[in-house]
Design a protein around this ligand. Sequence first.
Ligand code: MEV
Length: 418
Amino acid sequence: MRTSRISGFYKLSAEKRLETVRDFAGLNEEELKVLGDTGSLGEIANRMIENVVGSMPLPIGIAVNFVINGKDYLIPMAIEEPSVVAAASNAAKMAREKGGFQTSSTESIMIGQIQLTNVSDPASAKLTIIASKRRILNLANKDHSTLMNLGGGAKDLEVRVIDTTAGPMVIVHLLVNVKDAMGANAVNTMAEAVAPFIEQLTGGKVNLRIISNLATQRLARARAVFAMDAIGGEEVVDRIVSAYLFARSDPYRCATHNKGIMNGIDAVVIATGNDFRAIEAGAHSYASITGEYLPLTRWEKNRDHDLVGTIELPLAVGIVGGATTVHPTAKTNLGILGVKTANELAEIIAAVGLAQNFAALHALATEGIQRGHMSLHARNVAIAAGAKGEMIDRVVEVLVREKRVRIDRAKEVLEEMI
Ligand code: MEV
């Protein structure tokens, strides 16, 4: 009987684990080789997470043409979806005419949350905590001399009383400047360190002590002007603004609008070894912070009838710590970007998100998304149908011409060819 109850799986070598999976799932030699290949990660894979058996490579494409704050960047993007890298590069080319992207960002302030329950007098507890702010911040910073020396550390705190179905809770926010790190480790350690003192102060009971991914004090912004003539005329400008207004008023469209933005954002986040789940959580919660789910970008027409796009979102990305410093490919990608601070990286990512959104809206508002997608998609379909070498292009040509990009048709075409 196959069982998933395997005691001590974590103690086995990666090879032995792989063999166990092979026996369970009936993998063949080829599958075993593909799964077990850790590529440039090598032994590091085994140290990054638990129960490692292999790795999952993604292509890295370089987005070209980006000018951000007057500086040229080549931007590595790790993503499985065709067209994203080409679209970002195209958008960046169109933005160049008016100077590319202008960006800014706040300091790298992350929020650590401490949940206090069983507080009989929450309003008074709030004031007691605020009155002890200095002591709490000192306690938080006690074991973080490196961060403090860089000018970071716990800087402030806020106290909120929230209503829940189990009565009021007192929520303490520790505001920590994490400088060039993503910050989860430092913030979580600090939240845990101050919790007992806060319990003592208030007589309440601490439950959770954890970072918030809704990083409202760690925002990155980007702006770009797309010249009317460079993007196909005033009608295209109007159509893009109308597409944006559609997203503003309809959550069904807004989800897809924001998804397109995240195509670009996640690809750079992943390429630089950052936590894309944190970025996704932050982006979508920020998009709904007013209670309505809204686009992360805005599109307007300026006095010259050009299109102006802006984006603002939380971007908790780091250039030190975590996978950014142990993953060899992430390190190389950071090197290609040449970023000196986490802020610079966040701003680049914001610019890519804006470019990606422009590219999607431009395609949707003009020829539609499918034509550009079609030939890349057709390549994947042709390969999946078994085409090799020059056969691939020949199958693609037929599928695109017939507008029938389907595996059954690809197989037929391939059979006719051989
Ligand atoms: C596809 O991955 C992304 C788009 O659907 C985004 C959009 O509709 O704005 C093209």
